[in-house]
Design a protein around this ligand. Structure first.
Ligand SMILES: Cc1cc2nc3c(=O)[nH]c(=O)nc-3n(C[C@H](O)[C@H](O)[C@H](O)COP(=O)(O)OP(=O)(O)OC[C@H]3O[C@@H](n4cnc5c(N)ncnc54)[C@H](O)[C@@H]3O)c2cc1C
Length: 636
């Protein structure tokens, strides 16, 4: 049997617990001072870690190394009671109870990698890589498991589009894993989502599983579910009844995981900019571990796995093509398949196009892969990413990567994104400043990490609570009589062209440009004075890239800003190309009037075009919103 491949997460060692302990913790606690920005990577120094062995290249083959890694993570006071801290506690507690892993694994046992909704890939996948190495070490076959939890999807407003995307990718992965004699087994939990830990542990017992390995999901419900799996396993070990195997959860979703960066005072960051500086310094002072792939590949099961009594029936198991209650209409399904393809080479194609081709005008309702044959000779200077500083602010240009759906569901790892950028720019550091398109883009990817950090440190944001507590229940939102305004917003019929264009683009393609997400969010909670949670929910139900952390963060951020839709429109779509595509009623409107037709045309003329007059007066609405927020702040 081949030796286990080396595995680890990008941020430090192979064990999830160790990643926050030992030297990683020391690094994370370094204060994010100005000097940190100037820290040059010292790869040699980093490679020689303080205990004499390099945790980044540690194999899982020695139990001793794993044991040493099981150092409890200490969270700052503010985070002690968070579900994430409790997950680490539960991992530690489980490791303290005599483990089944100390016993010889049963010859007919299996190893289980639990693939989540956010790590749908085979490459650079921390838990999968680890599970694969454990399977090799013990000469056991590997099973990939995926659970569809309809109750969770419903309660988290998961969009049918994102579910369709997930199912298509799983079907692709099933075929890829099959080539490696690894089955992908899925099951659907239709009701009672809270029963999943019990059902899972029963299945693990039935399969005689040696271990269960998965990547951490930072949302509260998911953390609670994982804590229960750990607790059930601990109880089983203590009572000698039930499934008693190994359980390990890994950091994987972020580049720098929640809990790793703390302020000088040892608290979680609540503000992005200093957090981002610490984030960039952390990456650049551990550069070698971020820019070279660290997770080993998935190793094939022996072909005899096909006749293993547990695995054999799994090989004929198909991934469903839809889930009850989340079906797409036929045309919508076709559109989603065309716009958001999955399969071999797709993420490489999207990133390659962003990193190596020339900026062009936006082609609406086209897949991000749509080739333009515009490869540039000097990507450092002429590529889309090189022009991102301007490109990101123009909705009529093809100026962003369109990788969000793929990152949200984990078809590509965020580390791979950083590596791809680094490959183009080279140098001593991963760029992370606002002065170049490359650095600016990396900063955007950092926002994704930041919002996971917020979820983990302030779990109330998962429970419909505002991050800023002074707005908790203190804003007087417009009443239900205004439901028609919410409908107009959803349908793109508010009479504000940029808002309507953006909302229609969301409905048609499950995606909206970032600038427009900010504009329509501000419009909902300021111009219409409707509760931002209604908008947050609707976005989740429609987006193909819907992600609780980024969506919630984006909404909470927008709540504190007021935009003027007309002047924003002039900035982001100066020629009105975007508007004319999505709001064809306005095709004939010339010049600047496209941004604010009611300033140039009478109500009758607007209606004659088939468009709608504005449903609110922006200047008045603005005044009202400022008042409402002022009052709320005074009360809060
Ligand atoms: C109200 C609102 C809701 C949002 N909801 C989501 C969501 O559900 N899922 C989601 O992935 N993004 C969300 N965003 C962030 C952002 O709009 C999208 O990530 C971006 O538009 C995706 O397009 P892109 O891949 O071309 O981005 P690029 O500009 O190419 O950025 C690259 C990647 O960085 C990350 N990123 C960029 N901007 C942000 C940001 N502001 N916050 C967090 N991550 C970011 C994304 O993963 C993105 O794919 C939201 C923003 C707002 C204002």
């Amino acid at each position: 049997m081949a030796a286990p491949k080396r595995v680890r997460s990008a941020s430090s060692s192979a064990s999830p617990v160790a990643e926050n302990g030992g030297s990683a913790k020391k690094r994370a606690r370094r204060s994010p001072t100005k000097e940190d920005e100037d820290v040059k990577p010292n790869i040699k120094e980093e490679a020689e870690d303080d205990d004499g062995s390099d945790p980044r290249f540690r194999s899982v083959s020695t139990t001793a190394a794993l044991e040493r890694d099981r150092e409890h993570t200490s969270f700052p006071h503010e985070m002690e009671q968070t579900p994430l801290a409790r997950l680490y506690d539960a991992m530690r507690e489980l490791s303290e109870v005599k483990a089944a892993k100390d016993e010889k694994p049963s010859k007919d046992g299996v190893v289980v990698y639990w693939m989540r909704n956010k790590d749908l890939r085979l490459e650079d996948n921390t838990a999968l890589s680890y599970a694969s190495a454990v399977a090799q070490e013990h000469s056991l076959p590997l099973i990939a498991l995926h659970i569809f939890s309809l109750g969770d999807y419903k309660s988290h407003d998961r969009s049918p589009r994102r579910i369709d995307f997930q199912l298509r990718q799983l079907a692709y992965l099933r075929a890829e894993l099959d080539k490696l004699h690894i089955p992908l087994f899925t099951f659907t939990q239709s009701s009672e989502r809270k029963a999943i830990p019990r059902i899972l542990c029963e299945k693990l017992a039935e399969w005689n599983a040696f271990g269960l390995y998965a990547n951490i999901e930072y949302e509260v419900d998911e953390l609670r579910r994982d804590i229960e799996v750990l607790e059930r396993t601990r109880d089983a070990r203590e009572q000698g009844e039930g499934w008693k195997g190994q359980v390990e959860f890994f950091k994987d979703f972020c580049i720098v995981a929640p809990g790793e960066l703390l302020t000088k005072q040892g608290k979680p960051y609540s503000v992005y900019s200093p957090w981002q500086r610490a984030w960039a310094a952390h990456i650049n002072s551990n550069l070698s571990s971020f820019i070279s792939p660290q997770n080993g590949p998935v190793i094939a099961n022996p072909s005899s796995a096909r006749t293993h009594p547990i695995l054999e029936p799994m090989f004929s198991h198909e991934v469903p093509t839809s889930l009850p209650g989340f079906e797409l209409a036929e045309q919508e399904k076709k559109d989603m398949e065309r716009l958001w393809p999955v399969g071999e080479g797709v993420t490489e194609g999207i990133m390659g196009r962003f990193l190596k081709t020339k900026m062009r005008e936006a082609k609406f309702f086209e897949p991000p892969l749509e080739g333009d044959g515009n490869e540039v000779e000097n990507p450092k200077k002429d590529s889309k990413i090189a022009k991102y500083t301007e490109g990101r602010n123009r909705v009529d240009w093809d100026g962003t990567s369109h990788i969000s759906a793929y990152l949200a569901a984990g078809l590509i790892s965020p580390r791979e994104c950083v590596r791809a950028v680094y490959k183009v720019v080279g140098g001593k550091e991963v760029p992370a400043g606002r002065d170049t398109g490359f650095g600016m883009w990396i900063q955007e990817v950092a926002w994704r990490d930041f919002y996971q950090h917020v979820l983990a440190a302030w779990p109330r944001v998962c429970m419909s609570k505002p991050f800023n507590l002074k707005y908790d229940g203190t804003i007087e939102w417009a009443t239900d009589d205004d439901e028609s305004k919410f409908e107009a917003w959803k349908e793109g019929k508010t009479g504000f062209p940029i808002v309507d264009a953006a909302m229609r683009s969301l409905k048609a393609q499950g995606y909206m440009h970032n600038r427009c997400r900010m504009i329509v969010a501000s419009f909902l909670c300021k111009d219409l004075l409707l509760d931002w949670r209604k908008g947050e929910k609707y976005f989740m139900q429609m987006l193909v890239d819907g992600d609780l952390g980024s969506n919630n963060g984006g909404w909470q951020w927008s709540v504190i800003r007021i935009f003027n839709p007309a002047s924003q429109s002039e900035k982001v779509d100066p020629n009105g190309t975007y508007i004319r595509h999505w709001v064809p009623e306005l095709k004939s409107v010339k010049g600047k009037a496209i941004h604010n037709p009611s300033a140039a045309l009478s109500k009758a003329e607007i209606l004659k075009l088939g468009y709608v007059p504005p449903i609110v007066d922006h200047a008045e609405a603005r005044k009202k919103a400022i008042e409402a927020y002022k009052e709320a702040a005074a009360q809060g």
